[in-house]
Every structure is written in structure tokens, then in C-alpha cells.
Design a protein around this ligand. Structure first.
Ligand code: PRP
Ligand code: URA
Length: 207
């Protein structure tokens, strides 16, 4: 289930992000803004519970999001996507998962996982700006489910059709949110037109 989050302000930010001259501080700010603008769409169908609500004048009914939210940035680049989500969901807990794509084989190599003790009762939102071959996302979803996660969704900034297909085939019920579905992968597994290496651009580690 792919949801493309379309909005003129997101499209404009993304256009500026694609520019290789965009320096890291600006790149980080733009990724953060896009992430924030995606939050309403990514969370639109969260289950809610009716609760009692006391105003200064009377008692009425209000709403509570039924399950707690855990945001899971995929290290490293997912960290760049995290702050924009936290700006709108400050009450979320944060789990970290480390998955590095082997740049020769394109195989994801997991190296870290730290999460709250109970995952099954929470809404899990996995964050990674790039969904390329889909290997890293599949590994992230797989290991969180293995750890007990049940309500999982995945949010990215740019996706390739190949990555979306792979992730959908692996997890047909997973909701995938992206700000843009790009054209294809190149022969090195980079998204076209894409952003280049998002982690390097976020953290200033480009050669
Ligand atoms: C990038 C990106 C995704 C992954 C996508 O991370 O942030 O995690 O590649 O590629 P895939 O869909 O083909 O697996 P990378 O492994 O380069 O690590 P980084 O975040 O530390 O730069
Ligand atoms: N990782 C990135 O950062 N960019 C891509 O295009 C593919 C994988």
C-alpha cells in the first residue's frame, strides 16, 4: 500500500534538496521541514479512543490516540528525518536501528537495534529518507516484527518503484508513505533522479 504525500510545499522543498549545491545545514533543514509536512498524512489513520475532557466550563468528550507511538530512524540517514516527526509528535518514544547497505553487493547489513521493551502495543513508524532497492527497509521491518512489533508503517522521502515493489512483496500489509516516487534505480542501486547519498549529504561526509 503506497501513499504518495503530495503537497506543493513538499514538492518545492524536494526540488531544492535535489540540487547538489545544497549545503548540509540547508539540506538538514529542508529534510526536517518535509518530514513535518508528511506527519499529518502518515498518521491520518491512527486509531483513536474517545475520552472524557474537562474544559474550564464543562465536561465534554475528547480524543486520545489509542496506542503510543514509537519512531524508528534507520541509522544514519533516518536521523535526519526524525526531528521533523518529533516536532509534531514530541511524546513519541524512539527506537534506533542500524542497517548499512553494502555498496558493492547492495545487501543490507544490520548492526544495531535498541527499542523500548514492549513493541506490540505501539504504533511503529520506521523513518528512512531513501527507499532504493528496499533491502534496508525490509531488514528494518523484519527485525522489528521479530522483536514483537505488530502495527508498523514506513515513511520515506524518496522511493524507487523497485524498492516499493520489493517492500510490498515482503510485507503486503505494510503502509508505505513517500513524498515522491522517483523513476528507477541506476546500476549502482542509486535512485534516479534521486538525491544522491542522503546520509553523506545530511552529515557532510561526502568525499
Ligand atoms: C541508505 C538509506 C537507506 C538505504 C537505502 O543508507 O538511508 O537506509 O541506503 O538503500 P536500499 O533500499 O537499497 O537498502 P546507507 O546504508 O547508505 O547508510 P547511511 O544512512 O549510514 O548513509
Ligand atoms: N541510499 C541513498 O542515500 N541514496 C540512494 O539513491 C540510494 C541509497
Amino acid at each position: 500500500m503506497l501513499h504518495t504525500v503530495e503537497h506543493p510545499l513538499i514538492a518545492e522543498e524536494l526540488t531544492k534538496l535535489r540540487n547538489p549545491e545544497c549545503p548540509s545545514p540547508e539540506f538538514r533543514q529542508r529534510v526536517r521541514r518535509i518530514a513535518s509536512m508528511m506527519v499529518p498524512a502518515v498518521t491520518a489513520n491512527l486509531e483513536t479512543t474517545v475520552v472524557s475532557c474537562t474544559t474550564p466550563l464543562e465536561i465534554t468528550s475528547g480524543v486520545k490516540v489509542t496506542r503510543g507511538i514509537i519512531l524508528v530512524p534507520v541509522l544514519r540517514a533516518g536521523l535526519g528525518f526524525l526531528d521533523g516527526f518529533l516536532d509534531l509528535i514530541p511524546q513519541a518514544s524512539i527506537a534506533h536501528i542500524g542497517v548499512a547497505r553494502n555498496e558493492k553487493t547492495l545487501v543490507p547489513e544490520p548492526y544495531y537495534l535498541k527499542h523500548p521493551p514492549v513493541l506490540g502495543e505501539h504504533e511503529i513508524i520506521i523513518l528512512d529518507p531513501m527507499l532504493a532497492t528496499g533491502g534496508s527497509a525490509i531488514e528494518a521491518v523484519r527485525s522489528l516484527k521479530e522483536a514483537g512489533a505488530r502495527h508498523v508503517r514506513f515513511a520515506c522521502l524518496v522511493a524507487s518503484p523497485e524498492g516499493v515493489n520489493a517492500l510490498e512483496n515482503a510485507f503486503p500489509d505494510l503502509a508505505i508513505y513517500t513524498a515522491c516516487l522517483d523513476r528507477c534505480l541506476n546500476d549502482r542501486g542509486y535512485i534516479l533522479p534521486g538525491l544522491g547519498d542522503a546520509g553523506d549529504r545530511l552529515f557532510g561526509t561526502c568525499g
